[in-house]
Structures are given as structure tokens and as C-alpha cells.
Design a protein around this ligand. Structure first.
Ligand SMILES: Nc1ncnc2c1ncn2[C@@H]1O[C@H](COP(=O)(O)OP(=O)(O)OP(=O)(O)O)[C@@H](O)[C@H]1O
Ligand SMILES: [Mg+2]
Length: 504
């Protein structure tokens, strides 16, 4: 299909004139033929006419979004590789980009070297045209898993989302590993929701929760009278789930005899009810998860090696929260939203100081523990904002120990009207605060002097306004990102934007 070409053709679809201009310059100088379009709609027309090898596609444009355009563009020419450019990676965009067959995605702002390398790889892949069947799922999706709410803007989580998108539409078995509370169950559900089987049943089985003598009957069913207590026939989960997806959670806790039967179901697509010699064909996709060290268990022979390899076709390893602290503000915001939706709680934000404390904690229980801490703190909070004093004592104690000598970036003026001075740990931490000037940032001194000369306005407010503008510029106007940069919650940022009239 792809004719031999002298110059690879690239189409840049972005409503940002400056970005198109600079990409055009760079790629032209590297012997690409560059075409441009300033909207998804226009891009589709150009793609139809020019059949580019690679499309660089902006996600956020007026009119059609990049994801929408992607779905049309993929249908135009099978050898065209599409790279989605996102201003700020959200879970759903990344998953959808990969699911709808994007070659890859890149986060703005990117450096030109990176996009050149990515484009070269895409051109090579376009030539190879080895495209798996991914991206062919065109129906019913997304809304549910927006509701499913998996949060994470860290690079590690972005990789996870990308993998979900890549594996969801295939039939492969996926093994999800990670510490307790890292979101394994959530990821399994998301794979299912994004899969071609999303309209079929999904059954999660917690292998650790079912007694060993009952698990076989639970999974495969039994015949009446097959064992004491089997007073009637029972249809097992595998049969119930025919055509769908079964999630074997805590698979590391499954007995060896059951493992053997699972292996058979996987390998042969067959099961037998307990007490029956009849073989029943079942078509299920299996997902599995564990927080146990399966490799070590294989060595100790407590987990079957053959089953391990069967399940471990694709491995999604979830990073512990302590290795992606940058996700904490978003997760907190998400937990607060959920709380508000569930209980109409009066709490809707968290002070920067309290957030800073959360970002110093080690989170052995990962996201589950974070949610729990937020819920507990919300109960304690007297105002609509969680303050340091509202955080659970054991967390403050743990952080107090860790935070020795560390500093808080702020001055202890927790941002809530009428709040009393923060007590306990907050005050301790704040006492250690180091001023930016003593950190060697002497331009602060200059800024201070300039603001001082320009009387008439509150210096702190001026400074705050400047910083907020800087962060909004850096984040391309994305409030979530800007709030993260500033170390405040989005709710607080919104308040400030209103206060300083920075809204656009
Ligand atoms: N990335 C995330 N975004 C939002 N919520 C999350 C995320 N990861 C986990 N959670 C939430 O944290 C809690 C624990 O997640 P989940 O039950 O999926 O963890 P797990 O890895 O299965 O833990 P365990 O090994 O203990 O079973 C859930 O309430 C889930 O909604
Ligand atoms: Mg779990």
C-alpha cells in the first residue's frame, strides 16, 4: 500500500499558529514534506488529499478534539501513524489515544529532539505497516471509565494508561502487580471497560476471600450431590462469564490444585463442574492481580510456573504512591470530590500546608490509605478546608519524624477565612521555613524592592498574582497543572483567579 517515497510526508494539525510554524521549520529542514491544518476538520481533508505518513495531532482544539479527529483519521489511510500532542496528560486521553490506534502521544511542551525521534520511529513503523488489531474498537466506551476515575499525571502512571490502551482491545491475559492499594482492581476494570468485551459480563473473584474447599465450586460450579452440602446444581463464575472477562484478584493466594484447573481453562478454554465429567467450553478473557511476589513463589513451588507464564503475558506493574508523589494533589482533589458527591460533605479543599505534609508521607498503604486519610481529615475539619491540624495524628507524627530539618514552602498562613493559626505539626514545620532569598534567589529581593517602590498595592497579593500568572502560562492555562506547580489545590487556585480577575 504505501508507495515508495522520497520524502516522508507529515501533517501537523494544531490550532496554534506558532507551534505549526516551528514544527514546519524543523521538519522541512529534515527533508520532510510538511502539510498543515489548523483544525481537526481541516486536517481530515488534508489527510484525505495528501495521505501523510505521520500526523502530529493536537488534542485540544476549537471544534473537533484531537481524540475525535483521531478516530476519523485512522480510517483514512491504514499506514498513517498518528502522534497525539496533549497539553496535559489525563488518564482518559492517554488511554483513548492508544486505544483508537495512535502510534504514540507526547506531552506539551516537548523538546524538538524528542518529537523528531518519535516521528522518525513513526515513519519507520508506517513503512513496516505491522499494525496489530488495536484501534479497531470503535463503539461504546469512555463514559463509564471517566466515571471509573483513575487519576495520575506522573510519567509512571501515564505509562500504565498507555498500556491499558494498548492491551485493552486485544484478548491477551494481563497480570497486574503492585503493592496493596495501588489500584490494581481499578486498572483491571478499566481494561475491561475499554475492551471489545465491554458489553459482556465482568466478574471479579477474590481468590483470597474464598475458602480453599469452596473455590473450585465457586469458579467452575458443581453438580447436585457432588459433595456434602451440594444440595442443588450450581453454575460457576466461568460459565456465568462466558463471552466476558474474569478478574482473578489475589491470585497469589490460590491453592495449587485450583491453579491447575485455572491453567486448563486458560489453555483449553474448558472447565468441568465439580462432580461432573462433562467438559464445558467457555470463552473468557482472564485478568489477574496480586501483591505477592509471584516469581519467588514460583521458585518455592507454591505457584505453578506454567500458570505463571500463561498469566504473565502482559504485565502491568503499578508504582507505589511514594514513587509518584506528584500525583498526590490530584488524588486528594479527586478524593474530596468523591466525598462531596457521596455525602455532601462541607469540605471542599485542603490548605497548601496540609498538602505539603501529605507529600512528605511515605504512604505504605498507597492510594487506599490516602483516600482514608482524606476522609478522616474531612470529618475533623471545622471549615471547608482541611488544615494541618485536621490530619490524623499518626500521619503528623510520621511526617514530623521524616521532615526533620525539611522546610515548608509557605509561611503558615493557611488559606481559609478566619482560621486560627495552625497548631502542632504545622507550626513546627513552618518555623523551619527558609526564605527564598536565603536559598540564593536574590532576584526576589529585587522584585520586592520594585514592588515596594510601586506603592498602592498589597505586595504579597501582587507577588501571588504574578506567580499564578507564571504557573498558568507554563501550564498553558490548565488549572489542574498550574495548581500542582504552585502546590495549592485547584479550588484554591480558582478562588485566586477570581480574586485577581485572571480568568480568561
Ligand atoms: N490511580 C488512582 N486514581 C484514583 N483512585 C485510585 C487510584 N488507585 C487506587 N485508587 C483508589 O484506591 C483504592 C484502592 O484501590 P484498589 O482496590 O484498586 O487497590 P489494589 O491494588 O487492588 O489493592 P489490594 O492489593 O489491597 O487489593 C480504591 O478506592 C481506588 O478507587
Ligand atoms: Mg485489590
Amino acid at each position: 500500500m504505501p508507495a515508495a517515497k522520497t520524502n516522508p510526508k507529515i501533517l501537523v494539525i494544531d490550532d496554534d499558529d506558532d507551534l505549526r510554524y516551528s514544527l514546519k521549520r524543523v521538519f522541512s529542514s529534515k527533508h520532510y514534506d510538511v502539510f498543515e491544518a489548523d483544525s481537526g476538520e481541516a486536517g481530515i481533508k488534508v489527510a484525505e488529499a495528501k495521505k501523510p505518513d505521520v500526523i502530529l495531532l493536537d488534542n485540544r482544539m476549537g471544534g473537533m478534539s484531537g481524540i475525535e479527529a483521531l478516530q476519523h483519521l485512522r480510517g483514512i489511510n491504514p499506514h498513517t501513524m498518528i502522534i497525539l500532542m496533549t497539553a496535559y496528560g489525563t488518564t482518559q486521553t492517554t488511554i483513548e489515544a492508544m486505544k483508537f490506534g495512535a502510534f504514540d502521544y507526547i506531552m506539551k511542551p516537548f523538546d524538538l529532539k524528542k518529537i523528531l525521534a518519535l516521528t522518525e520511529a513513526a515513519v519507520a513503523a508506517s513503512g513496516d505497516l505491522v499494525r496489530a488489531s488495536k484501534g479497531e474498537s470503535k463503539r461504546g466506551i469512555s463514559q463509564e471509565d471517566v466515571d471509573g476515575g483513575i487519576i495520575g499525571s506522573s510519567a509512571a502512571m501515564q505509562d500504565v494508561f498507555k498500556m491499558i490502551g494498548q492491551v485493552a482491545a486485544s484478548e491477551v491475559t494481563v497480570m497486574i502487580t503492585g503493592e496493596s492499594g495501588t489500584g490494581k482492581e481499578l486498572i483491571a476494570r478499566s481494561i475491561y471497560q475499554n475492551s471489545l468485551r465491554s458489553q459482556k459480563p465482568y466478574i471479579a473473584v477474590n481468590c483470597a476471600a474464598i475458602p480453599e474447599n469452596l473455590i473450585e465450586s465457586e469458579l467452575f460450579g458443581h453438580e447436585k450431590g457432588s459433595f456434602t452440602g451440594a444440595t442443588s446444581q450450581r453454575i460457576g463464575k466461568f460459565e456465568l462469564c462466558d463471552g466476558g472477562t474474569i478478574f482473578l484478584d489475589e491470585i497469589g493466594d490460590m491453592a495449587l490444585t485450583t491453579q491447575t484447573k485455572i491453567l486448563r481453562a486458560l489453555q483449553e478454554g474448558e472447565i468441568q463442574r465439580v462432580g461432573s465429567s462433562e467438559t464445558i467450553k467457555v470463552d473468557v478473557r482472564m485478568l489477574a492481580a496480586t501483591n505477592k511476589p509471584l516469581e519467588a513463589m514460583v521458585k518455592e513451588k507454591t505457584f505453578r510456573e506454567d500458570l505463571y507464564y500463561r498469566l504473565n503475558v502482559v504485565r502491568i506493574q503499578l508504582p507505589p504512591l511514594r514513587e509518584r508523589m506528584e500525583d498526590v494533589p490530584l488524588l486528594v482533589e479527586f478524593a474530596l470530590k468523591r466525598l462531596a458527591a457521596e455525602s455532601k460533605a462541607h469540605v471542599n479543599s485542603i490548605s497548601p500546608e496540609a498538602l505539603a505534609v501529605l507529600q512528605k508521607y511515605n504512604w505504605p498503604g498507597n492510594v487506599r490509605e490516602l483516600e482514608n486519610m482524606i476522609y478522616r481529615s474531612a470529618v475533623m475539619a471545622q471549615s471547608e478546608t482541611i488544615l494541618v491540624k485536621d490530619l490524623p495524628a499518626e500521619l503528623l507524627a510520621a511526617v514530623g519524624a521524616n521532615a526533620a530539618g525539611k522546610t515548608s514552602p509557605s509561611d503558615g498562613d493557611e488559606d481559609v477565612e478566619g482560621a486560627s493559626a495552625p497548631a502542632g505539626a504545622a507550626a513546627e514545620i513552618n518555623q523551619n521555613a527558609v526564605s527564598p532569598i536565603s536559598l540564593g534567589m536574590d532576584s526576589f529581593d529585587a522584585a520586592y524592592q520594585a514592588l515596594r517602590a510601586d506603592q498602592g498595592e498589597n505586595i504579597l497579593e501582587r507577588a501571588e498574582r504574578e506567580f499564578i500568572q507564571c504557573a498558568l502560562r507554563e501550564s498553558g492555562g490548565k488549572q489542574v497543572k498550574a495548581a500542582q506547580i504552585l502546590g495549592i489545590t485547584r479550588a484554591t487556585l480558582r478562588k485566586r483567579i477570581d480574586q485577581y480577575d485572571l480568568g480568561t
